[in-house]
Design a protein around this ligand. Sequence first.
Ligand SMILES: [Mn+2]
Length: 320
Amino acid sequence: MDFDIFNGDADGIFSLHQYRLHRPTDKTSLITGVKRDVCLLSQIETISNASLAVFDISLDSNRASLLKLLSQHNKITYFDHHYAGTTIQSSALITHIDHNPDICTSLIVNEVLHGRYDLWAICGAFGDNLHHPAMQIARTYSLSKQQTNRLQQLGELFNYNSYGSAISDLHFHPGVLYEAIRPYKDPFEYLENSHHIDDLHLAYQEDISLALKQKKMKMFGRNRVYHLPALPWARRVAGVFSNLKAREDTTLAHAIITENPDETFRISVRAPLEHPFGADTLCNNYPNGGGRAAAAGINSLPRNMLDGFLDKFQSFPPWQ
Ligand SMILES: [Mn+2]
């Protein structure tokens, strides 16, 4: 039995897809979740003698489960670009990990497969807001502007679909989206035959128009902070909204605050695109905080820590 464990966002889905186009299997179980649900290995930590492929979830966040799985004679191949911590030495573990801010998991898989399915890697890179590497590959294909836009839309809408506190916030289960693209080698063929993109596009328009009505919080400092209400649309759109704001002014850091149903705050932080460092260092100071250098977050910040966080966010050294 094979297990494919993947982040439910565009990068997770498209990195698994490239890998399975190269190594097809019909006896695989899919393990995935909402984008923030990164401790996916804990769901299967009792299995043994299986073959696992893991995509786009931090090794460090899954360390305990990973060690347990290795001790139960599983073979594991691991692709990721999040913080990994100290390396694990095991002949049963193959890792392809690179946390350079210009890299995402779809690009790592693409490199391992020598660019065999790189139209899908373009979609994954756009999904993770990595426009520069996405455009670089697009140029090697001499894609028209319209074709590149279609791949960008596919990446961004799959990414948008992955945000929420629970699967019930999402329009589509990420496993359903993966099954939908699975038969297609060519993303343009998928786009011609799919209704998901039209559905997601409409839903996205609705959510983002609500988000764009929200005003920037009035506060000291140049970096921009937005506060969204405790509603499913806000939980879905917060990530894409923060990417959009980050591209609108590439010199500033951005923080999007969403209220959780339990009255804590969920925070998405984007480092300035012109200086994509430090977001993880800032968020790692808080309980449930983590992520990458360019994009990080805090899952549930207690209300009484918000002011302290905002002070740090505005005066954070790498962005001054
Ligand atoms: Mn990713």
